[in-house]
Design a protein. Structure first.
Length: 538
């Protein structure tokens, strides 16, 4: 159609055909995301179609189609930048950059040195132009599409290796809520709820617990105000899971009870099943294995009744991981058998699912835990390698600590020397990134004292003591007392708890911290934690 329209000199038809062609070329790689996969999409052909559309729209004075083509050209630039990052990660070349970021270098400045810099700059220019055009047109849908693409561009590099994602998320959220082109107060309110919940989900996935909790609670409150029962339910459950990760089990139960009230008022199969999973995980954290089994097995049963293999696979993998952890802790062979069987059932469903479902990695993590509990290190390490391979194949950018930590423990216990060294280095880097991301020091302390935080810190520092590296000038002047103080800081203890542990006044701890921070150039617990890991003090 495009060729025939060009031959006839029909610019309007050619323009429409170029836009349709570009959309068709990009569709296969976009899915539900906003960054096309260069492995599945011909970005060059899509770019050619949209460049011609941009030219024709300019000639015809069609601002709407000009905005659309400009935005899609920005999306194509993002796709190329994403492909560059993915390729770098697949070659293992990202570790050095992650170390630079964790050590305090500014990610935006690092990007300017890299080949991806011009791609990101081009995407930003095009998306800003598209947004301006859509605002002039008053096209709310176009505005939101441009904002979402801009959000992905802003988050993209940080998703791979940064530590300041919260600032980017908040900037995009403020931009969305301030747009004057939202035509009514109700539209603005619904948009705000969606953005708040989006920030909450992102922060949970990237392990920014203070942001996840604050935005989740805000999303819950705003969803109640506007009557969005689905987001109200999901926000309540998400906050409950956040509290659970901090070890605040009573607070988690209160939030799950709020979700339960919503599920009872307007029940759906999804809400009932999700609630069973949340409650099962709460009972697992309390050590109540019978209740844990009842709720998680009910979630599996509901997914099977609904004929949804992906949901059943997820529920089985969740049951397997919880049962494996409980069975190992209590030396309960019945629970270990349940974990083993549930993991096997989950893996049988994987061929039915498209793409690289993460539940297979969760099942393998459960099997690694079972093998460790039975003293079979070789089998545990084998399952841990399957976890790593599955996460690498899926190229998942979330931290997936619930899956990663069991695998790391198995490799630390029974892997090769190279595997042990590699996983410890990686976990140290991740610990530093997490510590830097959490702004609220109280939440940071509680998170590192929680189950996941303790496990992460323990694996990142596998039983070794603080020892200065004499070749590292950055730690000059740090004595053994300072090292012990940093150990307590990394362990998540507050000033009051450190004072009680060491038998000194809290005011003395405050002064001592200030002195130690000055020696290492830190201004907060986050900086001190990052320094401890990145300078190999651990």
């Amino acid at each position: 159609v495009r060729r025939l329209a060009a031959e006839r000199g029909d610019a309007a038809i050619e323009l429409a055909a170029c836009l349709e062609l570009g959309q068709a070329l990009l569709h296969a790689g976009l899915g539900e995301g906003f960054s096309p996969s260069a492995a599945e999409v011909d970005l060059d052909a899509a770019e050619e179609a949209y460049l011609r559309a941009e030219e024709l729209a300019t000639e015809l004075g069609d601002a709407s189609k000009l905005a659309a083509s400009t935005r899609e050209l920005g999306v194509i630039d993002i796709g190329r930048a994403t492909a560059w990052f993915v390729e770098m990660v697949s070659r293992g070349e990202h570790a050095a950059l992650m170390d630079r970021v964790a050590a305090g270098e500014v990610l935006e400045e690092i990007l300017q040195e890299l080949p991806v810099g011009p791609m990101a700059a081009s995407a930003g220019q095009r998306l800003h132009r598209a947004l301006a055009l859509y605002e002039e047109l008053g096209d709310r849908q176009g505005i939101m599409a441009s904002i979402i693409a801009m959000a992905y561009l802003s988050w993209g590099a940080d998703i791979h290796m940064g530590s300041d994602s919260a600032r980017h998320i908040e900037a995009i959220r403020r931009l969305a809520t301030q747009l004057a082109s939202f035509t009514s107060e109700s539209q603005r309110a619904f948009a705000e709820v969606q953005m708040l919940y989006g920030v909450h989900v992102f922060a949970r996935a990237k392990v920014i617990p203070d942001l996840a909790l604050s935005r989740g609670e805000e999303a819950y409150a705003r969803a109640r105000e506007v009557g969005d029962r689905q987001l109200e339910f999901l926000s309540a459950g998400g906050v409950g899971m956040g509290r659970l990760e901090l070890g605040e089990l009573d607070a988690a139960r209160e939030w799950f009870d709020r979700a339960a009230r919503l599920a009872s008022e307007s029940p759906t199969p999804l809400r009932v099943r999700q609630l069973e999973s949340w409650r099962g995980l709460l009972h697992a954290a309390r050590g109540e294995t019978a209740e844990m089994r009842k709720h998680l097995e009910r979630a599996v049963e509901l997914a099977a009744q609904q004929g949804m293999p992906a949901d059943r696979c997820e529920a089985l993998a969740t049951l397997a991981l919880a049962a494996a952890a409980g069975g190992r802790e209590r030396e309960d062979e019945e629970l270990l058998g349940l974990a083993e069987g549930s993991a096997a059932d989950a893996k049988e469903l994987l061929p039915l699912l498209p793409g690289h479902a993460p539940w297979g990695a969760r099942a393998d993590a459960a099997l690694a835990t079972v093998a460790l509990a039975r003293g079979d290190g070789e089998v545990a390490a084998g399952h841990a390698r399957d976890v790593v391979a599955a996460l690498q194949a899926a190229r998942q950018e979330d931290m997936n600590l619930d899956v990663l930590l069991p695998a790391a423990e198995a490799l630390t216990a029974a892997g090769t020397e190279e595997e042990r060294a590699g996983i410890v280095t990686f976990l140290r880097s991740q610990t530093a990134v997490i510590a830097n991301r959490i702004v609220d020091e109280d939440v940071r302390t509680r998170w590192f004292q929680g189950r996941i935080g303790r496990a992460l810190a323990g694996l990142a520092d596998p039983g070794t003591s603080f020892a200065r590296n004499a070749e590292d000038g950055e730690v000059e002047g740090i004595d053994e007392r300072d090292e012990e103080l940093l150990r307590l800081v990394v362990g998540g203890l507050s000033n009051q708890e450190i004072a009680a542990r060491l038998g000194i006044a809290e005011a003395d701890v405050t002064r001592w911290l200030a002195s130690t921070y000055a020696k290492i150039g830190a201004s907060s617990r986050a900086d001190a934690t990052a320094f401890a890991f990145q300078s190999r003090l651990l």
